[in-house]
Design a protein around this ligand. Structure first.
Ligand code: THU
Length: 130
């Protein structure tokens, strides 16, 4: 099932709430649970720079803290013609908490890329190796 318009719209709306005063690069994310809930996130920067949290991780941590543990898909939105793929730190967290979900990258007009987590993070480190 392709990403719904509602999921993409939620990621675009979350992007509007980004706190990106330092980079000016606003990102929104929307995470869909297996039972159809949508949880959003935006990137949040601060003056330390290094304590910035990406939109994807904000969405995942919000979802988990609200009791959601099973996910189907994430939409990531930035205002760029090229896809904005999740950073390495986010890929690790996405893999560990969401598994092989579909990751849809979009901008303000259209979907720019769709990939599975296993394509974004081949040969992952996770608890199976501990
Ligand atoms: N950022 C995200 O929130 N998600 C991504 O997928 C890529 C980058 C944020 C981090 C930082 O606030 C800004 O975009 C520029 O790197």
């Amino acid at each position: 099932m392709p990403a719904s318009d509602a999921l993409i719209a939620a990621a675009r709306a979350a992007r509007e709430r980004a706190v990106a005063d330092f980079s000016g690069f606003k990102v929104g994310a929307a995470l869909e649970t297996t039972d159809g809930h949508i949880i959003t996130g935006c990137n949040i920067e601060n003056a330390s720079y290094g304590l910035t949290v990406c939109a994807e991780r904000v969405a995942i941590f919000k979802a988990i803290s609200d009791g959601h543990r099973a996910f189907r898909r994430m939409v990531v939105v930035a205002d760029t013609p090229a896809p904005t793929p999740p950073c390495g730190a986010c890929r690790q967290i996405m893999w560990e908490f969401c598994g092989d979900i579909e990751v849809v990258m979009a901008n303000l007009q259209m979907v720019t890329a769709m990939l599975q987590m296993t394509d974004l993070l081949p040969l992952p480190f996770d608890k199976r190796l501990l």
